[in-house]
Each structure stands twice: as C-alpha cells, then as structure tokens.
Write a protein that binds this ligand. Sequence first.
Ligand code: NDP
Length: 430
Amino acid sequence: MKKEYLNKFYQKTHAERIEALVSAEIISQEDAVDFKRKLALPDEIANHMIENQITTYELPLGLALNFLIDQKEFIVPMATEEPSVIAAASSAAKIINQSGGFETTIQERTMIGQIALTNISNMNQAEQNILQHVDQIIEKANQAHPSIVKRGGGARSVITRQIEADEQYDSPSFFVIHIHIQTLEAMGANIINTMVEAIKPYLESLTGGTAIMGILSNYATECLATVTCRIPVSLLQKGNFSGEEVRDRIIEACQFAIVDPYRAVTHNKGIMNGIDAVVLASGNDTRAIEAGVHAYATRSGQYRSLSSWTKAENGDLVGMMTLPLPVGAVGGSINIHPTAQFTKQLLGNPTAKELESIIVSVGLGQNFSALKALVTEGIQKGHMGLHAKSLAISAGAKGEQIEVVTQELKQRKNMNLVTAKDILKQLNNK
Ligand code: NDP
C-alpha cells in the first residue's frame, strides 16, 4: 500500500478520494468504476438475511487514518451517520501515532454458553453431579458441533452457579451451568447455541431440574481486549492550555466519569461512537458488543467510565481501556456483505484477535479526542462545524449549495435548521 497518496484525505473531494484509493493500491482501477454499486448489498442477498425485507438502509462509510496499533499501520473503515466521529478518531490516532501508537493485549478468546435450570430440589447435589460429569458434558457439546472441534476449538470447561430466589422480583432460584467454548475466528453465537441446546436434556437428567433455556451469554467476560497508549505533554498543548493543563484536565474529566454515572454514560457513548462504527463496518453484531460493554462498565456495582487516564511518572498522559469484544473474522454477515468483504480486505484480513485490537484502540482514541475537546475549547466548535453540513442538507441544499450554506451557517450565531433554510432561501432568490 502506498499510503502517502492518502495524505490530506479529508481535504479531497469524494471523486479524489476514490482516485487516491487507486493510487494507494487499495483498490484497482477496475474496482473504482462504479465503486458504490459494487459494494452495495444486493436485494437478492438482503432478502435472505432478514425477514420481510423490502430495501436496504444505507449509512456513510469513511476511513480513519493514522492508526498505529502494535507497531502496525491501519486504515480503519468506520460506518456511522454521526459527523465528527471519523475526524476525531483520525486526529487522536495522529497524536498517539507520534508517541508510539496503541498497544494491545488480547485474552484467549473464550465464549460462554448458559443453561438455566429450575425446580431443583437439592442444588448442592445437582452441582456435584454436574462437576462429576464435566468430561461427558464437554463431549456431548462438542458432538453437537464437530466442525469447530476439527478446527481446533470447541467446549473446554464447565462451571456452575446458584442464583437464589429473589422475593422482590418474585423469582425462583436458578441453577446455572456455564460452558466455556472456543469459537476461534467466529463470534460463535450459532456454534454456542447449537451446543447448549444439544446438552439441555442431559443436564436435566443429571440435575433432575427443568431447563428453561440454553443460549450464549453476551456478557463475554472471557474475551477481553486491553489497550494502552502514552502521550507526552508536548503533544497535548491546545489553544491557551499548556500540555500539562490539558493532561490534568483530561485526568479529572475521566475521574468525573468514574464516579458519576450521569457523566459515565455520555463518556462511554463517545467511546462507542468509534467502536460501533468499526464493528458495523466489519460486518459484526453491534448489539452484542454494546450489551456486553455496558454490562462490563457496571462490574464494580456502579456504571463507570470504561477508560482510565492517568499521569505516568515521567509526566506522560497514559490511557487504558479493557472491554469484552467478542467479534468475529468469519461468520454472520461478514462473508456475505460486499462492504464487509471490502473492509476486511482493507484491514489486511485481520484475525478476530487483530480485529479486537483495532476496535479497542479506536475506542480509546475516540475517547481521547472527545475529552481533549471537552476540557479545552468545548465539543461544539468542532462538532457543530461538521453538523452544519447535515443541517444544510436537511434544509434542502443540493450539490455546490451544500458547501455554500455550510460555510454561511458557520458564521451565524444561531446554527440551526431554521437558519439553514433562511440561508438557502436567500441563495435561491439570488
Ligand atoms: P456463523 O453461524 O456464521 O458461524 C460461523 C461459522 O464459520 C462456523 O460455524 C464455522 O463453520 C465457520 N468457520 C470457518 N472458519 C472458521 C474459523 N477459523 N473459526 C471458526 N469458525 C469458522 O456465525 P457465528 O456462530 O459466529 O454467529 C454470529 C451471528 O450470530 C451474528 O450474525 C449474530 O448477529 C448472530 N446471533 C447473535 C446472537 C447473540 O448475540 N445473542 C444470538 C443469535 C445469533 P464450519 O466449521 O461448519 O465451517
């Protein structure tokens, strides 16, 4: 890849960006012709993906640049409708790139399948029976999905949990069995669900209980991705704020999100701006990641910041974040959606672990940009500048009018739809 052709990507027109992708040898000249149609999801595929399909729902796909992750450079595809997300990710990556980039540690990927049983007269006896038959349970689970075992994965271990009856919610006691499964390059929902459903009757016979369900848990606490980055204060100066001031204010802003759930939700939403965009662009399941990540934010008993920002001994700002990220490099819509195929190729056909590294890094970068803006000039300056474009389009501006209305809107005190419509009206009356 000749990435020098992507310099000042944001200043290029749409046509120039596609040309740059060709010059950078990311796509061929042939692919560049009718690029959008080639990546679109054909109705004949969409029709088989969901029920009652009538059309497709499009979102912009853009590229975040400058990412250096574990000493490897990435151009990161992001699918999002929100202005400023990609600009913020690229800008964070540029700064962090200059100080060594992101470093990640990815846990051995193990997913959890749950079977819940009720009506068990003796929980301790049931537990004993399960623990005495772990090998048989694992064998039966693996027999239900032999192909994953052939690939080197499959069920690995079993644990039991007893959940007491809860009067407040009028709930019975539950006896829960977790089966830990390695799904390798797949997120594994279907592999896990097949296995847990297959072993339900056997678990009923071992415990004498009634299995109410068997399904994966999206709280993927055995599939964690950790990212760290270090930024020297020399790279943090902004406006009238010194690098030291920006660092200390970012640390305080993060502490605020650690102790206050009202702030933590917004703080984490900013992180998910980046994460969801890459998860979606890669063809993975955004709801699965969202549900698991937010649950992980409550692991201390209170909803808190997912990231932490601290001061290193030498004065650098240090960012860190750990998230459950059970994404797949195969399976689901990844292999059938043409855009997901393209984004996979763009990322250099990453393994599921590499994809986790990319996603968790984008999340931390996104968080850094948001905090830096918030504690210095405020978020609106950059955000509303980009939002002006959406307002211009909402007001009805077309073609070259979009840029004219956007620029005029940025000068106005009240940047809103009414003002955008006024500007457009005046333009049309000229
Ligand atoms: P698939 O059902 O598409 O399964 C992936 C398949 O890929 C495997 O079964 C395996 O099939 C094949 N494969 C090829 N190479 C590999 C490899 N190296 N490692 C692992 N598998 C490989 O996808 P998932 O089981 O991952 O399920 C993901 C989908 O499930 C998502 O679309 C998600 O939205 C959906 N889902 C999510 C739920 C949830 O999150 N609660 C619930 C239900 C569904 P083989 O070995 O036979 O070739």
